[in-house]
Design a protein around this ligand. Structure first.
Ligand SMILES: *[C@@H]1O[C@H](CO)[C@@H](O)[C@H](O)[C@H]1NC(C)=O
Length: 178
């Protein structure tokens, strides 16, 4: 009994010490840190002030930054399973040169353990904006608190329709749930 309660006391002391670090809460990434990462990432995507967005991106993304997305490769007509961006400078230049992503809405921001953040989002302003586009960003965070990898999957059919792709339905369906 006594040993167990001493151990619990010890564990809570260790947790209190860990909570002092800005990015962690008892060995996990903190919710506040996760929300800050997503808020910064949004300012990169919509880049109202490109110079500020660049500075934010330079600080937030790790040097070996990778983006991995079969949704993007599908839209590009590329083979699946590859990397969509390798290295942060190319990514930052690409995002800042693209039109701002409008209508970004956060559905959920979730911390997964010591190195992952999941951002579930809806973008209402892609292309014509006719269809909402829902997706997930899974960020991997380094010890320094930077993003090293972004795994990103979203409704690429809605994105494609909003931006002028033609969809031809197969005879007899082909949707996964109908
Ligand atoms: C962003 O900042 C970096 C580092 O200061 C600079 O080398 C780069 O040219 C800038 N890129 C853009 C698109 O402003």
């Amino acid at each position: 009994m006594k040993l167990a309660s001493t151990f619990i006391q010890l564990a809570s002391v260790v947790c209190a010490a860990a909570a002092v670090l800005p990015r962690t809460d008892c060995g996990r990434l903190s919710q506040a840190f996760a929300e800050d990462v997503v808020a910064k990432f949004i300012t990169i995507l919509n880049h109202p002030d490109p110079a500020a967005a660049n500075a934010t991106a330079q600080a937030l993304l790790a040097d070996g930054y990778q983006e991995i997305s079969d949704s993007i490769l599908s839209l590009e007509g590329q083979p699946l399973g590859g990397i969509t961006f390798e290295g942060k400078q190319g990514y930052i230049e690409g995002v800042l040169a693209a039109p701002p992503v409008e209508g970004i809405t956060t559905n959920e921001i979730l911390v997964a353990g010591s190195s992952k953040i999941l951002w579930y989002w809806t973008f209402y302003g892609i292309g014509s904006g006719e269809y909402e586009v829902k997706g997930f960003n899974l960020f991997t965070i380094t010890e320094k608190g930077q993003i090293s990898t972004l795994n990103l999957e979203f409704n690429s059919i809605a994105w494609g329709l909003n931006t002028g792709y033609q969809i031809i339905f197969p005879e007899g369906g082909g949707a996964p749930t109908k």
